[in-house]
Design a binder for this molecule. Structure first.
Ligand code: ADP
Ligand code: TYD
Length: 207
């Protein structure tokens, strides 16, 4: 087993291919000798299920309330005693998460002050910064086409206009935090295999 476990966050707009790349990266890391734990946000905890009810229009909430729910969901994701990320790292796992705090900066920063969102997530950032934030950059038009093909319903944030704003907020947040965060951008408008190879080249120096 590898001694140095990593914490890696996959970021991107809806439909950018994050889940696909989490799987491919997990396979590559496992082959390289890592014990891998893959996870995601919003989580499947009670707080995460409230968030999902809002996204699927079963409940309504203001964007600021949603931003607050994500702060709580993320802290539980980190601190939960049984399956929290910090516990998993302690157990020697390399952890890959499909979304982390940059998702909050991009999705909530699109509707309210980005500075507020960063400040509200400060505790999470202080507890654990990713060894690498990987941004799968894809055109919002392509992602909307993918989402329409694969789904019968469209969730709260999944419109072309919103995803365009969210992509721009990601870029703004990366620029703002470039001195404290490790960020790697990969061109997501390619085949899954090409993207996976690119991501693996970025991870290799860290393993
Ligand atoms: P996300 O987790 O970011 O929403 P997914 O990995 O679920 O994205 O991918 C969304 C859809 O696009 C799925 O149907 C998936 O099979 C497809 N897909 C993923 N990556 C690519 C790619 N590089 N090229 C074309 N289609 C892709
Ligand atoms: P997700 O299940 O990853 O959707 P997808 O696979 O389509 O990318 O995320 C659900 C939604 O949650 C997505 O629209 C982004 C949003 N989100 C936020 O608004 N804030 C956050 O902090 C996170 C982690 C996700």
């Amino acid at each position: 087993m590898k001694e140095k476990q990593l914490f890696i966050a996959l970021e991107g707009i809806d439909g950018s291919g994050k889940s696909t790349q989490v799987k491919l990266l997990s396979d590559n890391l496992t082959k390289a000798g890592h014990k891998v734990y893959s996870t995601f946000e919003p989580t499947d905890s009670y707080i995460g299920s409230i968030i999902r009810s809002i996204f699927t229009h079963k409940m309504e909430a203001d964007h600021r309330t949603i931003a607050g729910l994500f702060v709580a969901d993320r802290l539980d994701h980190l601190l939960n005693k049984s399956n929290g990320i910090l516990q998993k790292l302690e157990e020697g796992y390399t952890v890959i998460t499909d979304r982390y705090y940059f998702s909050s900066y991009a999705y909530h920063g699109a509707h309210m002050s980005l500075e507020w969102v960063i400040e509200a997530n400060r505790l999470s950032a202080e507890l654990l910064r990713p060894d690498l934030n990987i941004f799968i950059d894809i055109s919002p038009e392509i992602s909307m086409n993918r989402l329409k093909k694969g789904r019968t319903t469209i969730e709260l944030y999944e419109t072309l206009d919103n995803l365009t704003i969210v992509r721009n907020k990601y870029l703004e947040a990366f620029k703002l935090l470039q001195s404290v965060e490790k960020i790697y951008t990969t061109d997501g408008n390619r085949s899954p295999e090409e993207i996976a190879t690119d991501i693996w080249q970025a991870i290799l120096p860290l393993t």
